[in-house]
Design a protein around this ligand. Structure first.
Ligand code: HEM
Length: 501
């Protein structure tokens, strides 16, 4: 007999409604992205390998544009495919605009780093705006009528000195140029940030380079502590070395910022530190809330140094490799420089508008090497739905830029190095094609230094190639193989520089 008591009927109805609500919520929020099975505690760490962007390229084939794995105990969503990446960085940008609270990120500038640790919100937006304005203010600051800006003047003198170094080293035969590249790029970024022109044998300068080497090594060995928290307490984790290097670097920048406060003259911007002081003084008068504290100025200068050093160093190392591996490409750049600039004057930033093949070469170096294969990790600011998958608030997001740059759906023969792919029928750079190279990221978290980097690389390469021919050792078979680092570097190679006239 089917008789129910009132209590049983009420309980059944309540249960029914709860199940309905839960089902509706799960249905509404969508399912979690697919992904590989991971081990307890380690998650998928052992599957990632030396070059994670390559592993993720294969995983994308199996799981699609959005997949989920675990690095240690931290759930991570990997995003690939240009259209899906555009959703993350542009269309749904605010939902994906924060940085994950990773342990090593929190050590950088005590959690005040604009690039790594400060959480997304109104204060961060002001910080980024001021940093952006400071680069703009510095980039147009000039002290001589012969150059567009102090930056152009600096790039010319440093690149000329670099030409002499390359010639001198070549007297002894073929040599590995990576150290000279690092020193030149480091002295440029020191002059940009602190206005200080170091000789390459200056002890303070060499100390700074050593600190960056220590910090890179230590952050590599400390990185697992981001994902397996217990490792933070093991002495081998590199955390202490990292902290020491960060502390010393902070003191170095702090000293320069204090000196700048004393020597800053209104209207005379010598470097990025001056530009930040100028903007903050102006903001303090307009609205105190919109200025940065001294500690934030120090941390912003540190961010610019960090972001503009290793990346540009990689870009130059890859450029030299492609120039010697493809001499016919180098010939075309020589021809373009000879025809449009000649030998009678130095190249200028403005020449970028006319040297289309050289610009195409730089786009192709960025695309083919993809030396910055991911953006800096992002993090969701709210629950989000991406391609129908539910991604909870505070999920760490890795954006695979390498995959976009090697996607056969976007590029013909993606593994082939071919600058011409960026040129239209008139031989000019095709902007629609070039915009698919997204090595600087896109949207809210886009790199601040894109113009600085493009100008720097263009001027350095054209000044060098105006005077020199770079050659590989005839017996060497060069490959564009990457070794891992903060930014990917090419495998070691040697070259020789010959004067063209
Ligand atoms: C070829 C050279 C460079 C490359 C490939 C590069 C690439 C990148 C990438 C991929 C990001 C992360 C974007 C994201 O997380 O979505 C980034 C962020 C950043 N870059 Fe660059 N960068 C370069 C040079 C520079 C230079 C020269 C500076 C400054 C002088 C700079 C300053 C920054 C800053 C401050 C951020 C943090 C932006 C944020 O968190 O919102 N970068 N860069």
């Amino acid at each position: 007999m089917l008789f129910f008591t009132n209590a049983e009927i009420t309980l059944s109805l309540v249960t029914f409604f709860i199940v309905l609500l839960i089902t509706k919520k799960i249905w509404r929020r969508g399912k979690l992205p697919p992904g590989p099975w991971g081990m307890p505690i380690l998650g998928n760490i052992l599957q990632i390998g030396e070059l994670p962007h390559m592993t993720f390229l294969k995983m994308k084939e199996k799981y699609g544009d959005v997949f989920r794995l675990k690095l240690g105990i931290v759930p991570v969503v990997v995003v690939s495919g240009l259209e899906t990446i555009k959703k993350v960085l542009l269309k749904q940008g605010e939902q994906f605009a924060s940085r994950p609270k990773l342990y090593t990120f929190s050590l950088i500038n005590d959690g005040t780093s604009l690039a790594f640790s400060e959480q997304f919100g109104d204060a961060w937006k002001i910080h980024k705006k001021i940093a952006k304005m400071s680069l703009k203010e510095f980039s147009k600051s000039s002290r001589s009528s012969s150059y567009f800006s102090i930056f152009e003047e600096l790039m010319s003198s440093q690149s000329e000195a670099f030409v002499e170094t390359l010639l001198k080293n070549s007297e002894k035969g073929y040599f590995d140029p990576s150290q000279d590249i690092t020193y030149t790029v480091a002295s440029i970024i020191c002059a940009l940030c602190y206005g200080k022109h170091y000789g390459h044998d200056d002890q303070e300068f060499l100390g700074i380079i050593q600190l960056t080497v220590d910090a890179q090594k230590a952050s590599g060995s400390a990185a697992p502590a981001d994902f397996i928290p217990i490792l933070r307490f093991f002495p081998l984790s590199g955390v202490r070395t990292l902290l020491r290097a960060i502390d010393k670097f902070n003191n170095f920048t702090k000293k320069h910022v204090e000196e700048h406060h004393g020597s800053y003259e209104k209207g005379h911007i010598r470097d990025i530190t001056d530009a930040l002081i100028y903007l903050c003084n102006r903001k303090k008068v307009e609205d105190k809330l919109f200025a940065l504290s001294d500690a934030q100025i120090v941390s912003t200068v540190n961010d610019m140094f960090g972001a503009g050093y290793d990346t540009i160093s990689s870009a130059v190392q890859w450029s030299f490799l492609y120039l010697i591996k493809y001499p016919e490409v180098q010939d075309k750049i020589h021809k373009e420089i000879d025809t449009l600039i000649g030998a009678g004057r130095f190249p200028r930033f403005d020449d970028r508008h006319n040297l289309h093949f050289t610009e195409a070469f730089i786009h192709e170096v960025f695309r083919h090497s993809s030396f910055s294969p991911f953006t800096i990790p992002h993090c969701t600011t709210t629950d989000a739905i991406l391609n129908g998958y539910f991604i909870p608030k505070n999920t760490c997001i890795l954006v695979n830029l390498y995959q976009v740059h090697h996607d056969p759906a976007l590029w013909e023969d993606p593994d082939c190095f071919k600058p011409e792919r960026f040129l239209d029928k008139e031989g000019k750079v095709d902007k629609h094609i070039a915009q698919n190279v997204i090595i600087f990221g896109m949207g809210i978290r886009k790199c601040l230094g894109e113009e600085v980097a493009r100008n720097e690389l263009f001027l350095m390469l054209t000044i060098i190639l105006q005077r020199l021919r770079l050659e590989k050792r005839p017996s060497d078979e060069l490959t564009a193989t990457a070794i891992n680092g903060m930014a990917l570097k090419p495998k070691k190679y040697v070259l020789k520089a010959l004067a063209r006239y």
